[in-house]
Design a protein around this ligand. Structure first.
Ligand SMILES: C[S@@+](CC[C@H](N)C(=O)[O-])C[C@H]1O[C@@H](n2cnc3c(N)ncnc32)[C@H](O)[C@@H]1O
Length: 377
């Protein structure tokens, strides 16, 4: 077998690419720059591309003051076809660097998100959700000719239909949401106040700086600490700042060196959160399966021992084969737990206890000991 200098098989797919630092901003065109990254090396992409707002003329408030609208050259395209070509190019470049288990988020407004979504489907991405970011403080519709445009849409997609093992921190999100499933509509204010980057002239550094709260939700829901996150349209580095705070690695691409400079200073000032506050917790769904018989095999419970409920109203005999017996009924810890209570179902792990020198111990605690040994490797 040919072994590379790092000791891994030379034939093994390269999954780690080393960057000069863990939080990198590269100045240049994202399509050209992404093509320099190894294929299948990135865990998550967040993209906030130009929206092609197609603003015609200047926008004024009723008091004749000028609205600070997005009229920058980087948001201008000569036609829808030109915008579509640009979108296809960067989406293809992004898809190439995504690990098979990676996902991508693309944010946009009614101006572009439908074109982007159709293109993503055409290129083979598999749409997982469209998240509506509802703004608590949207800009009013000054001309009074349309509804107030109070939301933006984020498409969340896997690399392809058969993508397996993508990160979705379902249980964590649910635990943080009063044990209710997290929904696809997020109510979050626009980026204002101290968070908004301002230049020496007191003006906004960038017209479309996204709120950190939005990016925190994106990263907390679909990535893990240590993951490599890429943002092809870095801007002021909101994704990078949040990635660093949440202990994810980051590479951002930005054509404009002034934005890139401001983003670097912003990210440098970020302190990562303490590791313990970000440790993924093993959910019931993810925890390795432990059979009751394993407790017997490891000598934690002996055949012939008695299992009892917390009030010692029921007692079952532990058999050598891992089943338990209550009167003439034999079955699993779950089945016999249900029989004891006259109920349809029972979680035997949280019902049965074993007598120890220090008193009763829930058999679930013994299972937890085995699981932490497994986790320690
Ligand atoms: C909508 S803004 C992103 C704002 C960013 N999310 C933030 O919070 O600051 C899009 C950015 O993409 C940059 N950009 C546009 N086309 C680009 C390209 N082809 N390659 C790299 N950057 C590009 C623009 O200069 C602009 O800063």
């Amino acid at each position: 077998m040919v072994v590379s200098r790092r000791g891994a098989s030379a034939k093994a797919p390269r999954t780690q690419f080393e960057y000069p630092s863990e939080h990198e901003i590269i100045v240049g065109d994202c399509v050209a720059e992404m093509s320099k990254l190894p294929a299948k090396s990135v865990d998550l992409i967040f993209a906030d591309p130009p929206y092609n707002l197609q603003l015609k003329g200047s926008l004024k408030r009723p008091d004749e003051s000028q609205v600070d609208a997005v009229d920058d050259d980087w948001d201008k395209f000569s036609s829808f076809a030109a915008y579509d070509d640009f979108t296809r190019a960067w989406l293809l470049a992004a898809r190439r660097i995504m690990k098979p288990s990676a996902t991508i988020w693309v944010i946009g407004s009614y101006h572009n998100i439908f074109r982007v979504g159709a293109m993503m489907q055409d290129l083979g991405f598999w749409l997982l959700n469209d998240i509506v970011w509802r703004k608590t403080n949207p800009m009013p519709n000054f001309r009074g000719r349309r509804f107030t445009n109070a939301h933006e849409t984020m498409i969340w997609a896997a690399r392809d239909e058969n993508a397996k093992g993508y990160t979705f921190n379902y249980e964590t999100l649910k635990a943080a949401n009063e044990d209710v499933q997290a929904r696809s509509d997020w109510l979050i204010p626009l980026c204002t106040g101290d968070e908004r980057l301002k230049g020496a002239d007191g003006k906004k550094v960038h017209p479309t700086q996204k709120p950190e709260q939005l990016l925190a939700r994106v990263l907390l829901s679909s990535s893990k600490p240590g993951d490599l996150v890429v943002d092809p349209f870095n801007g002021t580095g909101t994704t990078g700042a949040v990635a660093k705070r949440l202990r994810r690695r980051y590479v951002g691409f930005e054509r404009d060196s002034t934005y890139a400079e401001a983003a670097r200073a912003r990210i440098d000032a970020v302190e990562p959160l303490p590791e313990d506050t970000l440790k993924p917790f093993v959910t019931a769904r993810d925890a390795p399966r432990v059979a009751f018989s394993e407790l017997i095999e490891r000598g934690m419970i002996s055949p012939g021992a008695r299992l009892v409920d917390s009030k010692k109203r029921h007692g079952a005999l532990v058999r050598a084969d891992g089943a338990i017996m209550l009167g003439d009924k034999v079955g699993s810890i779950h089945r016999i737990g249900a029989v004891a209570q006259g109920s349809e179902a029972c979680n035997g792990w949280t019902f049965w206890h074993v007598e120890t020198a220090k008193g009763l111990r829930l058999i679930d605690e013994l299972r937890a000991e085995i699981r932490s040994e497994m986790a320690a490797g």
